[in-house]
Design a binder for this molecule. Sequence first.
Ligand SMILES: [Zn+2]
Length: 277
Amino acid sequence: MLQDIFPHSFHNEYINAEPEPESRIVIFEKNHAWMKVDMNKQTAEFPLYREVKSLKATYRYLFAIDKTRFFLAERTEDGPLAFKGLQTASIRELYRYEPGYVKFAAITALQLRNWYRDNHFCGRCGREMEQDEKERMMKCECGNTVYPKISPAIIAAVRNGNKLLLTKYADREYKRYALIAGFSEVGESIEDTVRREIMEEVGLKVRNLRFYKSQPWSFSDSLLMGFFCDLDGDETIRLDRHELSEARWIDREDLDIEFDGISLTNEMIIRFKENDF
Ligand SMILES: [Zn+2]
């Protein structure tokens, strides 16, 4: 999955630090990042601080990968940007490039950028917020504290003997088969989220919930929790056409899907196909 960056390691504990010459700098323009891209080798890296020192910006510490610290540049002047040897790339474009940890760094940095951007001012009193010195938290004189937005959500693989329930979303760019997915509601256990989402989207009852793995999914500020479960009773699908365009039972032998190394959904379908679940 995207977050599996072994042999590298991700360190997200907050420190109050300034960039050094060899720190990596993340400069976003909307949802594109300025990168050093090598088309021949199909590699991409974030620039070093010493390479973008001319940028008028303040810097926020993001995280470290191994011993390399990553910082977010927040520009202090408007106008077009240009850096020698750098180009902009969307997060999706980065999927094509190596090393894998750069993709994970990019998507994680984007989530933090969005959170800092959206919490500049206090939602309670309207004053300007400031970053706490000890932990990743925005605080206000009025006493309001705001932590990064991480929304729990589920991915559910529903088994029916040798068949797996696959779905397609309605009105989305993503047209490949997926599993049942949805966000937790306030006051709900994660197991109840699984049962509710399956009932809402396809009108089925399930039993035998087993947690598989989780995945931080920064595109939607979510933490996905993957469950396998078994159909309980009638297998007739009653489709919620607002959410899904299609849902069907597919035999294990007919699952036509390749390992992508990115998503929890993909890994769960592959595990079912390989008869592991
Ligand atoms: Zn306030």
